[in-house]
Design a protein around this ligand. Structure first.
Ligand SMILES: *Cc1c(COP(=O)(O)O)cnc(C)c1O
Length: 383
């Protein structure tokens, strides 16, 4: 893992002396001593926060931390990962333009591209991100290449550097969702991607108590977001959530190696388990160039296992969406496949109803394996 980030995560040099934890500046607006002071804040002569939908010191501290981690010039915090993704995408494409997107992106990203963008005159084509030739053929004339690696549910890994290179050569902007890997495992901007987006609700916050998002990139790209989407879509990160996120990130460099070790051990045990047909884990597929792996992977269960019964027998693994917290979670694709929100990416990309996604938390991996073992036994159809 990118261990040099551990120091960045633990320190806030800009805070200087005084309270070691940053203050939660829980205010909607900022007041001024005089007409002149207010006017200077408005023109930017004296950069000062005016209103928390635009800027807030606690949120700014969080943005600076994420920018440093991604080695970006700037970052913006959002009220959710989807707030970050929609603001980033809509800042980079306009009516009449085309988006190229990798298959198996996060389901709500898929719906954004398939349901909302066509209403604005923006079409999306989906390509297999492992097939560089197919991506190269889809790029001419496109405005944006949207990337996510590893992909949701099947955790296919893409060569982000090669994809960013193809896009650059074709004059196409790139955005990459880096939620799964975090900057500890992968820094897309260093691989040539233009904007990196995060669901900070997952590993960055890490405690399943925050919904938040982040975008990072060059000053120029972030200025486009500031100019076109950020203030008007209004999905601003709140001061309290920014504070929780800063607090969560303190331990990221401790949590990620634990998630990695436990998940990898469990994935190997499950790969050898007679009731498990397939394990989708980037390290087992052996085709990634990240600096490690995280704690989210999926398995496909043998037809002999009744999936609802398997789920109901789990005791340590809880049933739930989201991931990246301290607690282990199971999400059966069977339920996602039934979802009627329209434009179902699980259906579109042929995700198996036998698939169960596992988010490995911070518990003892031996306890987790015992839980999976007994649930698999319980899930076996009666002979
Ligand atoms: C959860 C998730 C999102 C959306 O983030 P929210 O914070 O839930 O809005 C985006 N991308 C990926 C890969 C996710 O898992």
């Amino acid at each position: 893992m990118n261990d040099e980030l551990a120091t960045l995560l633990a320190h806030d040099p800009e805070l200087g002396t005084g309270p070691v934890a940053p203050p939660i500046v829980q205010t909607s607006l900022f007041v001024f001593a005089s007409f002149e002071a207010m006017a200077q804040a408005f023109t930017g002569e004296t950069p000062r926060p005016i209103y928390s939908r635009g800027a807030n010191p606690t949120v700014r501290a969080c943005e600076q931390k994420l920018a440093a981690l991604e080695q970006a010039e700037a970052a913006r915090g959002f009220a959710s990962g989807m707030g970050a993704i929609s603001a980033a995408v809509l800042s980079q494409v306009k009516s009449g333009e085309r988006v190229v997107c990798v298959r198996q992106v996060y389901p709500d990203t898929y719906r954004l591209l398939l349901k909302l963008l066509p209403r604005l005159g923006i079409e999306t084509v989906f390509v297999d991100g492992r097939d560089l030739g197919a991506v190269e053929r889809a790029l001419p004339g496109a405005a944006l290449l949207y990337l996510e690696s590893p992909t949701s549910l099947l955790f296919e890994c893409h060569d982000l550097a090669a994809l960013a290179g193809l896009a650059r050569a074709a004059g196409v902007t790139t955005i990459a969702d880096n939620s799964w890997a975090t900057p500890l495992l992968q820094r897309p901007l260093q691989l040539g991607v233009d904007l990196v987006v995060h669901s900070a609700s997952k590993y960055l916050a890490g405690h399943s108590d925050v919904v938040a998002g982040m975008v990072a990139g060059s000053g120029e790209r972030i200025a486009q977001i500031d100019d076109l989407t950020y203030p008007y879509l209004g999905a601003r990160l709140s001061p309290l959530d920014a504070w929780l996120l800063l607090r969560g990130m303190r331990t990221l460099a401790l949590r990620m190696p634990r998630h990695q070790t436990s998940a990898l051990w469990l994935a190997r045990q499950l790969a050898a388990h007679p009731d498990v047909a397939v394990v989708h884990h980037p390290a087992l597929a052996g085709d990634h160039d990240m600096a490690g792996t995280s704690g989210l992977f999926s398995i496909e269960l043998d037809p002999a296992i009744d999936i609802p019964r398997f789920c109901d027998a789990l005791t340590l693994f809880r049933l739930g969406v989201s991931w990246g917290g301290y607690e282990s979670l199971a999400f059966p694709a069977m339920i996602g496949l039934r979802q009627k929100a329209g434009a179902n990416s699980l259906q579109a990309f042929g995700v198996s109803a036998r698939l169960v996604r596992l988010s490995i938390g911070l518990e003892s991996p031996a306890d987790l394996l015992r839980d999976l073992d007994q649930a698999l036994a319980a899930g076996k159809q009666p002979a």
